[in-house]
Design a binder for this molecule. Structure first.
Ligand code: PHE
Length: 357
C-alpha cells in the first residue's frame, strides 16, 4: 500500500493536512505494538478510528479548507490512511487475542493423568460409635434415653445415692466442686434420682453423658463418658440383671462372650457387683488384652439400694430394681484396641478417620 508521504506529493495539499496525516500514522506505528490486551487496543482504536470522534474522522472535517480541485485527492488519501489503520488494528488485535488465548489455556492446564486428591470424609468419634451401638442394643430391650445434667448439686450426685457427706465412699471419686453445693457430676448415677423422682415404675432408662473426676493417666481422663442403666419394676432380681448383661455382652463384644459377676461395693446398690466379660480377643485362654486372666472388667452394677428407692418416694417393699454404669471410653478402647485414653480427646483427624464404618 502507498504510504501517506508518497501520496501527499502533490503541491496543492496544504502543509497542515500533510503534517496531521503523518502525525496520525506515526502515532499508530509507535503505540500499536505496546498494547497487551485486546481491550486496551480497542480503546486506542477508538481514539484513531471512531467514525465520529476519531482522529481520522476529525481530519475529514478539514477537507473543506482544501481548494476544491484538491479535495478528491486529499479525500482519497485520508481514506487510504483509514484503510491502512484499519488493517493494522485488525492484525494487531488478532495477534493479541491469540496470545491471550494461549495464556488462558496455559493457566487452565490440567493433567488428567495426575492422581485425584483424596477427599476427606468426616468420621464418627469412637465414643459416638460405642454410644450409638449401646443405644441400639438397649433400645431393642425397651430402654428409653434420659440425658441428665453435667452440673449437679451434692444431693443428686451423692446424698440421694446413699452417700452422705461424711461417707468414706466419697473418696472413691475425686470431685470437682464448683461451690459448697454444686459440682461437676462424677457419675451418671445422679440421673437415676432425677428419673425416679419424675417417673413411677416401671422404669427402664439408659443415660449417656459426660462425667468429671480429678484423675489423669493413660486410662483415666478428667472428663469422660459414662452410660448408666436403670430398671425398676415389681420383682426385679439379680437374674434379670444377669440376663440383660448376657445379651449386652454378646451384642457388643461378639457371639459366645460370657459374663461373670464379682462382689463389689457401691453405696447405691446392694448387693453390688463388678461385671467381667470373657476375653473376646483370646476366647478366655488368656492374652495381653485380658492380662492372662481370660476376663475383662467392663462395668459396675447392682440391685438398687432400698434407701435410694425410698429417697425417691418408691416403696422398696413393692418395687425393686437394678442399675449399671460403664465407661464409654473404656469400652471403645477395648473394642478398638486403643491403649491411651488421651487419643480419644486429642482431635487428631488421622486417628479419628480410622473408625469410619
Ligand atoms: N456410678 C458407678 C461409678 O461411676 C457405676 C455404677 C452405676 C455402679 C450403677 C452400680 C450401679 O463407678
Amino acid at each position: 500500500m502507498a504510504t501517506p508521504e508518497e501520496k501527499l506529493s502533490f503541491a496543492a495539499a496544504p502543509g497542515s493536512v500533510r503534517e496531521r496525516l503523518l502525525a496520525i500514522r506515526e502515532e499508530v506505528e509507535k503505540k500499536i505494538g505496546t498494547y497487551e490486551s485486546s481491550k486496551s487496543l480497542y480503546e486506542f482504536r477508538k481514539v484513531i478510528l471512531d467514525n465520529r470522534k476519531g482522529r481520522i474522522a476529525e481530519l475529514m472535517q478539514i477537507i473543506r479548507e482544501v481548494p476544491k480541485e484538491d479535495r478528491p485527492a486529499v479525500g482519497k488519501f485520508i481514506n487510504e490512511l483509514k484503510e491502512w489503520a484499519t488493517v493494522r488494528f485488525q492484525e494487531t488485535d488478532e495477534r493479541i487475542r491469540k496470545q491471550e488465548l494461549l495464556k488462558k489455556n496455559a493457566a487452565e492446564d490440567i493433567d488428567v493423568t495426575l492422581p485425584a486428591e483424596e477427599t476427606k470424609f468426616a468420621a464418627l468419634h469412637p465414643d459416638t460409635l460405642v454410644i450409638n451401638e449401646l443405644i441400639d442394643v438397649f433400645a431393642g430391650m425397651g430402654f428409653e434415653i434420659y440425658e441428665g445434667r453435667e452440673i449437679e448439686n451434692d444431693y443428686y450426685n451423692f446424698t440421694a445415692l446413699n452417700t452422705p457427706k461424711d461417707h468414706p465412699a466419697r473418696d472413691m471419686q475425686d470431685t470437682f466442686y464448683l461451690s459448697e453445693e454444686f459440682l461437676l457430676r462424677t457419675q451418671t448415677s445422679a440421673g437415676q434420682i432425677h428419673v425416679m423422682e419424675a417417673k413411677k415404675p416401671p422404669i427402664k432408662v439408659l443415660s449417656p453423658g459426660k462425667v468429671f473426676r480429678s484423675d489423669d493417666d493413660a486410662t483415666h481422663s478428667p472428663m469422660f463418658t459414662q452410660m448408666e442403666g436403670l430398671v425398676v419394676d415389681r420383682g426385679i432380681s439379680v437374674c434379670d440383671l444377669q440376663g440383660m448383661l448376657d445379651t449386652f455382652s454378646e451384642k457388643i463384644f461378639g457371639k459366645g462372650v460370657k459374663t461373670r459377676l464379682r462382689p463389689s461395693y457401691f453405696p447405691f446398690t446392694e448387693p453390688s457387683v463388678e461385671v467381667d466379660v470373657s476375653c473376646f480377643a483370646c476366647g478366655g485362654k488368656g492374652c495381653k488384652l485380658c492380662k492372662g486372666t481370660g476376663w475383662i472388667e467392663v462395668l459396675g452394677a447392682g440391685i438398687v439400694n432400698r434407701h435410694v428407692l425410698e429417697n425417691c418416694g418408691i416403696d422398696p417393699e413393692e418395687y425393686s430394681g437394678f442399675a449399671f454404669g460403664m465407661g464409654v471410653e473404656r469400652i471403645a478402647m477395648l473394642k478398638y484396641g486403643i491403649n491411651n485414653i488421651k487419643a480419644l480427646f486429642e482431635s487428631d483427624t488421622r486417628f479419628a478417620s480410622q473408625f469410619r464404618d
